[in-house]
Ligand binder design. Structure first.
Ligand code: DHB
Length: 369
């Protein structure tokens, strides 16, 4: 028999540096998919090639080129932060290489190349429902506090748009640096503005220091409620945040505690392979990125060339550990439920407990255009 053809998937992630938790979670999620579903699809063997860009866009672009030219990778995937995903767009377009964003969340990323699709989510998609929830729950005045780059700007814009449309008032908009932030001076500004709540976006991993400084500065004692995107109460670090995190309300697409048979199976397989580490939303972006690649290859009967693969991606749907998802044929972004959650102590572990669902949301940034 002829040797089975291998399809290489280049997974480019920050495996070291300040965003290493993203790389660890996404790669573990992708590997969990292959452990559960096997390493062959449509008669082809799938091989993951994991490369570390250390969170630096120049490296992401160089590694993407090397993977395509030297290693004959047919699909690129991963991309832990918006600037890293953006750096790959020209490579994807020029080489017609399908590229699956498993982590980054700025809405405009999928507009940067016809060959980009996404299995994480967009900040507009999961910030808007937090605005809906806040306005419906006696919150009148809010200060926004976001990381000063793509996803933060998107979160600020869409929370604000929705909250104001429903009658809320934004009293101040604070932007904090992405690199090595010290939140203390910014939290003092929030405190002085005396809002009912502060709405926060920070990238995965940054929530621990924020939560500590939020508690130390006495904002909760001053009656300021913390509402956020689920990136802040990331399940990877939530349990170590302790009491100050309890009661935080967030909006996001995945919680480890999501109650479904698909998620129970996923969490069990993930924990078994990763020394009991909790899978967070980043890991599910990796898991579903592989689900998308397998489903597209089944549809094309193994044809991994760019145009055929991207045509197959459009309109795919499946049941994820997060709930039902599909790929918007117009935008190549993911359509998914967004859940409003509250941090609670559940049998001695802090969990994001879902209590309200906004069903089948598209990226509102594109719906608007
Ligand atoms: C991005 C990074 C994150 O860690 C996150 O939680 C959301 C978005 C980004 O850079 O797009």
């Amino acid at each position: 028999a002829a040797a089975q053809e291998t399809i290489k998937i280049g997974l480019i992630l920050p495996m070291t540096g300040p965003f290493a938790s993203t790389g660890r979670q996404v790669s573990a999620g992708a590997k969990t998919f292959m452990a559960m579903k096997g390493d062959t699809v449509a008669g082809k063997k799938i091989e993951l090639v994991i490369r570390d860009d250390a969170g630096t866009a120049d490296q992401t672009r160089r590694i993407a080129q090397e993977l395509v030219v030297n290693d004959s990778a047919k699909v690129l995937a991963g991309f832990g932060l918006t600037p890293l995903a953006m750096a790959v767009a020209p490579v994807a377009t020029q080489a017609k290489i399908p590229s699956v964003v498993m982590a980054a969340g700025t809405a405009s990323i999928t507009k940067a190349s016809e060959y980009i699709t996404r299995t994480s989510g967009t900040l507009p998609q999961y910030s808007l429902p937090v605005g809906t929830w806040a306005a419906a729950n006696k919150i009148k005045k809010v200060v926004t506090l976001v990381s000063d780059y793509g996803p933060g700007i998107d979160a600020e814009k869409w929370f604000t748009k929705e909250f104001k449309a429903k009658g809320g008032e934004i009293v101040e908009a604070v932007r904090v640096p992405l690199a090595n932030p010290d939140f203390a001076p910014f939290l003092q500004r929030v405190r002085d503005a005396k809002p009912d709540a502060v709405f926060v976006f920070l990238p995965s991993g940054a929530g621990s220091l924020f939560m500590k400084q939020f508690a130390d500065r006495g904002l909760a004692d001053a009656g300021i409620k913390l509402i956020a995107t689920g990136d802040v109460t990331d399940d990877d670090i939530l349990n170590s945040m302790g009491k100050p995190a309890i009661g935080t309300i967030t909006g996001h697409f995945y919680a480890t505690a999501h109650d479904s048979p698909e998620n129970k199976a996923y969490v069990a397989a993930f924990k078994k392979a990763n020394a009991d580490m909790r899978p967070n939303f980043m890991s599910v972006g990796g898991f579903d990125g592989m689900a998308l690649i397998y489903a597209a290859l089944e549809k094309t009967k193994g044809d991994v060339t760019g145009p055929a693969f991207m045509a197959a991606v459009k309109g795919l749907s499946w049941t994820s550990p997060r709930g039902p998802v599909s790929i918007d044929p117009e935008t190549r972004d993911i359509i998914q439920n967004i859940y409003i959650r509250e941090v609670k102590d559940v049998n001695g572990e802090l969990q994001n407990v879902e209590f309200q669902t906004f069903k089948d949301l598209k990226d509102p940034e594109k719906a608007d255009a």
